[in-house]
Design a protein around this ligand. Structure first.
Ligand SMILES: NC(=O)c1ccc[n+]([C@@H]2O[C@H](COP(=O)([O-])OP(=O)(O)OC[C@H]3O[C@@H](n4cnc5c(N)ncnc54)[C@H](O)[C@@H]3O)[C@@H](O)[C@H]2O)c1
Length: 337
C-alpha cells in the first residue's frame, strides 16, 4: 500500500482528496496546523498536527515513515489579504513549500503533486480560455507565492531530484455529494457559499461587483470545478507520477509539468445566483455594486491537457449539482453546530 503525505489535508480540497485517496486504497498521513482546516474533516488515515515550516518535524516524518509521495495543499488562500500582508503569504506558501521540498529531497522522496492556481496567469485578454503555456504574470502576492513554488519544483526536477505535477485550479466549488464534507472557510470569500449564506438568511444580501463587463450578461465569468472532480484529478495525477520511472542521482531526468483543472465552461455571477435561487427555492436580495479592482472579466480554463494526460473527465460539470451539494452540506453543518 502506498503512503501519501497530505499537508493541508484538513482543508476544503485536501479533505476531499484524502477521502478519495482512502477510497482508492492509499494510506494517508495528513499534516495540518489547523490554521484554517478542521480535524473532523479528515475522514481517515493518520493525522499529524504540525507546520510545513517545521524542518525538524518534516525530517522526522520522512525518516519514521515510508512516504511514497506528497500531495501539498497547505497554504493561505486569500488573494485580497495577500495584498495587505504579502510576507505572510511568502512565508507560508513559498518559504513553507521550500522547507517541504528540501525535506523531501533530503529524504529521497521524489513525487509531489502541488496545489497551484489560475492566479499564476494574472490579467488575461477578455474572452480567452487559458492554456498552460500562457504567460505567467500574477497580479497579487498570493499568485506570485504559488508561481514561485512552481518554479522551485520545475528547477529541482531538472536536477533529477523530483517528479512533480502542479495542478492549477480555477474555482473549487460544491461538496461531497453524501453531505459529509464541504467548504468551511472562515471568513468565507468564495462566491457560491456567500450566495448560499444569503439564501439561508445568514447574510442580508449578496453583492454583485460589476455589471458592465464585456460578458454576455455584464457580470464576471468564472470556471467552477466540483471539489470531488478536483480530488479525482489529484488521484489521477498521483498515479501518473508513480508510474513514471524513478529518478536517480542525475542519471535519469526528473519530471515537472503543470495542468489546468477546470471544466472549460464559464458561468457568470448572475448565472450562479440564478442557480442558487433554483436549487434552494429561495429568493434573496441581490445588490449591484461597482467593479472591484483586480477582477478580470473572465477566467476560464482550457482543461484539454489534464483531460488527455490523466484521462480526467469531470463527473459534476453541472453548476446546479455543485450548488446543490454545497447547499446540502451547509444545511447539514448548520444542523450539527
Ligand atoms: N479553493 C479554491 O478555489 C482554490 C483555487 C485555486 C487554488 N487553491 C489552492 O488549493 C489549496 C487548498 O485550498 P483550500 O480551498 O482547500 O484551502 P483551505 O484553507 O481550506 O486548506 C488549506 C489547509 O492548509 C492548512 N495549512 C495552511 N498553512 C499550513 C502550514 N504552514 N502547515 C500546515 N498546514 C497548513 C490549513 O489549516 C488548511 O487545512 C491551497 O494551496 C490553495 O492555494 C484553492
Amino acid at each position: 500500500m502506498k503512503t501519501i503525505l497530505v499537508p493541508g489535508g484538513a482543508g476544503f480540497i485536501g479533505s476531499h482528496t484524502v477521502s478519495a485517496l482512502l477510497a482508492q486504497g492509499y494510506h494517508t498521513v495528513t499534516l495540518d496546523n489547523f490554521s484554517n482546516g478542521h480535524r473532523d474533516a479528515v475522514v481517515g488515515g493518520d493525522i499529524i498536527e504540525g507546520d510545513i515550516r517545521d524542518a525538524e518535524l518534516l525530517a522526522k516524518i520522512f525518516s519514521d515513515r515510508a512516504i511514497d509521495a506528497v500531495i501539498h495543499f497547505a497554504a493561505f488562500i486569500e488573494a485580497g489579504e495577500s495584498v495587505v500582508d504579502p510576507l505572510k503569504f511568502y512565508d507560508n506558501n513559498t518559504s513553507g513549500s521550500l522547507t517541504l521540498i528540501r525535506a523531501m529531497t533530503n529524504a529521497g522522496v521524489q513525487n509531489i503533486v502541488f496545489s497551484s492556481t489560475a492566479a499564476v496567469y494574472g490579467q488575461m485578454e477578455e474572452a480567452t480560455s487559458l492554456s498552460e503555456d500562457m504567460p505567467k504574470a500574477p497580479i497579487n502576492p498570493y499568485g506570485q507565492s504559488k508561481w514561485a513554488v512552481e518554479c522551485m519544483l520545475r528547477d529541482t526536477a531538472t536536477t533529477g531530484a523530483l517528479k512533480a505535477v502542479a495542478l492549477r485550479y480555477f474555482n473549487a466549488a460544491g461538496a461531497d455529494p453524501f453531505g459529509k464534507l464541504g467548504e468551511r472557510h472562515d471568513p468565507e470569500t468564495h462566491l457560491i457559499p456567500l450566495i448560499l449564506q444569503a439564501a439561508s438568511g445568514q447574510r442580508d444580501n449578496i453583492k454583485m461587483f460589476g455589471t458592465d463587463y464585456a460578458t454576455p450578461d455584464g457580470t464576471c465569468v468564472r470556471d467552477y470545478s466540483h471539489v470531488c472532480d478536483l480530488a479525482d484529478a489529484h488521484v489521477k495525477a498521483l498515479s501518473h507520477l508513480l508510474a513514471l520511472p524513478e529518478t536517480g542521482s542525475g542519471e535519469a531526468a526528473g519530471f515537472y509539468d503543470a495542468f489546468n483543472l477546470g471544466t472549460g465552461t464559464g458561468f457568470s455571477v448572475r448565472e450562479v445566483i440564478e442557480s442558487a435561487k433554483r436549487v434552494t427555492g429561495t429568493n434573496f436580495t441581490v445588490v449591484e455594486e461597482g467593479r472591484r479592482a483586480g477582477d478580470p472579466a473572465q477566467l476560464v480554463a482550457n482543461p484539454a491537457k489534464a483531460q488527455k494526460t490523466f484521462n480526467w473527465q469531470p463527473a459534476y460539470p453541472n453548476l446546479d449539482d455543485m450548488v446543490a451539494h454545497a447547499w446540502q452540506f451547509m444545511q447539514k453543518n448548520a444542523a450539527n453546530t
